[in-house]
Design a protein around this ligand. Sequence first.
Ligand code: NDP
Ligand code: MG
Ligand code: MG
Length: 329
Amino acid sequence: MAKIYYDDDADLSYLKGKVVAILGYGSQGRAHALNLRDSGVDVIVGLYKGSKSWKVAEEDGMRVEEVERAVEEGDVIMFLIPDMVQPEVYKRLVRDKLEEGDMLMFAHGFNIHYNQIVPPEFVDVTMVAPKSPGHLVRRMFVEGKGVPALLAVHQNYTGKALEIALAYAKAIGCTRAGVIETTFKEETETDLFGEQVDLCGGVTELIKATFETMVEAGYQPEVAYFEALHELKLIVDLIYEGGLMKMWNAVSETAKYGGLTRGKRIINESVREEMKKILKEIQTGEFAREWILENKAGRPVYNKLLEMEKEHLIEKVGAKLRKMMPWLE
Ligand code: NDP
Ligand code: MG
Ligand code: MG
């Protein structure tokens, strides 16, 4: 079982006298910077000239500088800019400004795990990855609570990398909830696998296949929309709150029997075999190579697939039906 750290395992004094540079001020960046500051940590935000976030950070009363300057001042440098932008920014603005004993931090392991960023041996390299979007990282902190996070140490030059990373996790509120120790490899590979087969890829294809099957059989798209997409939220909310059993206990006897007997015919052996192939592509780095190349080519496949998704009938029907739901904005 996993090792889990709580408030008592973490000591904020490991950040004393240090400046934490937060690169990026988006979903995670803003939440981390505000929570660190409210925990008494000296924070500087690193952005680029013309960045939309610059004004937001200044309005929050943050000290904002260009990335290079923030890295110069920072002893702990947290990368909260988009993952696909990090390697270029690292090479151009960060690498040459690193000093012995600095710490590079990440909230996702992709660039370290797939060697897109290869730090020098004289710095610590760690990860604190909250398991929630930034606004919740901030809201829970303000309420005196926290969100769980993953923590990993990739490089321990100072011998204090774990302690410093734990202090950071405490300062953003995560040790209040619990911080699970992992590795860059485990965090990266499980994150990619989850979003590909279940959270983003699997769910959207399941929704579309369910919808298309009904529409092709002559049912009205509006009615199919409710069954294939709309009601998913009710089901997922129940699972989120109390696991699979809370959902099974809440649905009708007929839904239980139908679901329990038919579900395995949908997610059958051949689907599981495909999942294993997708996992292999992640583990061998094949997916990472493909995605990095796709970015270098200007994202032709990515753009085309997103465009097709936008044009899907379920999106047109959904836009119309959601206007009938006054609780959605
Ligand atoms: P966002 O897209 O919300 O924010 C990115 C920020 O980086 C913006 O402030 C953007 O400024 C800034 N930025 C973009 N390009 C540059 C650049 N070249 N130099 C400096 N700043 C730049 O990112 P997220 O918060 O979603 O993600 C940050 C990291 O956190 C990623 O590693 C991600 O994997 C990880 N993570 C994200 C989670 C989430 O829920 N979103 C959860 C856990 C981890 P502007 O908008 O002005 O261009
Ligand atoms: Mg420095
Ligand atoms: Mg992800």
